[in-house]
Write a protein that binds this ligand. Structure first.
Ligand code: CP3
Length: 354
């Protein structure tokens, strides 16, 4: 119909939003801003609606998911919403016995470490996550021209939780499997790639206007190991959703040495943490990609002046980029002052208004 965009199901106003234009490396009215973990613990209105409801259960209630997803859009005026969920939701949906422990993160009762364990990772069908489709329906109606970002955990980061049985500093069991049984490792990552691709596809079909693949912990690997043992699975995920034409964002922490490879895996936008300036990141990523980032989330605990100075440095480093989406270098920290986030959105918008 007349108000349908070239990229499928979204309205023209969404397609023309600053966020999606920046992802496509087109001219923008201002630099778009959103925050990883914008929906969550730093907001009193979030704590209120979540009261007494365990994290994973809250992800399965469409009305609650929609409300939490909308909260930071209303409060901060960010340029995109991110769907409220967690990277382990698709694993829970196929019957993996896991929980999210407050203050800890995802914990898996029986870790996946053997060939026999692989059989527990069955394919994900849209029926397994019907609540996701339902929540997207509520959200796309409410959001108007504001794009909605879908997301999933990348195969390596999901594997780390599954193999370790929970959060890990050194990823020792994960690396033991990767180096000790490369064939089983490759099969595990390939299974996870299929599950992740299916989960992203559900979200795009339901109305996601961009997707982000979180490979949060892959910075633990060298470029050679990334290329050999992780990149094929991440590439499979990106290729599976390429046909939809929605921007694909790829993010990890401590990935300065991997930025080029993470872009080459199939991302349209590469997320950068605060350790590499964006002009240097652009050299490492090469042409044809937009960048996302990269304010250190801890800076938000400093003075208003310090936040503005550090933000100005990022905008200057981004001046010659083909496309820039402003974000933090990792998620919003739980005790961040929400007003500091609101001020930051306003500062980026006014500083970059064209
Ligand atoms: O960005 C958003 O606002 C959308 C919501 C979102 C959550 N998790 C909600 C959540 C997103 C995008 C995620 C992704 C996620 N989950 C990642 C990748 C992003 C990153 O930070 O690198 C990872 C590694 C996870 C795994 C996970 N889940 C962790 C490490 C934790 C934190 C544990 C803790 O409590 O300190 C979770 C739990 C979680 N996911 C919470 C939220 C709001 C907190 C649970 C709660 O409020 O009870």
């Amino acid at each position: 119909s007349a108000n349908q965009s070239p990229a499928g199901k979204q309205p023209t106003a969404t397609y023309d939003s600053a966020f999606l234009r920046a992802c496509r490396r087109e001219p923008v009215p201002h630099t778009p801003v959103w925050f990883m973990r914008q929906a969550g613990r730093s907001l009193p209105e979030y704590l209120k609606v979540r009261e007494g409801i365990p994290m994973l259960e809250s992800c399965m209630r469409p009305e609650l998911v929609a409300e939490i997803t909308l909260q930071p859009v209303r409060r901060h005026g960010v340029d995109a919403a991110i769907y409220f969920s967690d990277i382990v939701v698709p694993l829970k949906a196929i019957g993996i016995d896991l929980d999210i422990k407050p203050g800890v993160g995802p914990v898996i009762e029986k870790p996946i470490r053997t060939r026999a364990d692989l059989a527990r990772l069955r394919d994900l069908t849209p029926e397994d996550v019907s609540y996701v489709t339902e929540a997207y329906g509520l959200l796309t109606r409410e959001l108007g021209a504001t794009p909605l970002i879908g997301f999933a955990g990348a195969p390596f980061t999901l594997a780390s939780y599954l193999v370790e049985g929970g959060p890990s500093r050194n990823h020792e069991h994960t690396k033991a499997l990767m180096y000790g049984d490369p064939e089983l490792w490759a099969d595990l990552l390939d299974r996870l790639a299929d599950i992740t691709a299916a989960f992203l596809t559900v979200q795009i079909e339901a109305g996601a206007s961009a997707v982000q693949l979180f490979d949060s912990w892959v910075g633990a690997l060298s470029p050679a190991d990334y290329r050999r043992s992780v990149m094929p699975a991440s590439r499979k995920v990106f290729e599976a959703v390429a046909g939809y034409g929605v921007p694909r964002i790829h993010f990890g922490v401590g990935t300065g040495e991997l930025l080029g490879l993470m872009g080459a895996a199939g991302a349209d936008v590469v997320g950068v943490d605060w350790r590499v300036p964006l002009d240097e990141a652009a050299r490492r990523v090469g042409p044809g990609k937009a960048l996302q980032g990269n304010l250190d989330p801890a800076v938000l605990f400093s003075t208003r002046q310090a936040v503005e100075t550090k933000t100005r440095e990022i905008l200057d480093a981004a001046a010659d980029l083909e496309g820039h989406v402003f974000n933090l270098g990792h998620g919003v920290l739980p005790t961040t002052d929400p007003d500091a986030l609101t001020r930051l959105v306003e500062y980026v918008h006014t500083q970059t208004a064209r």
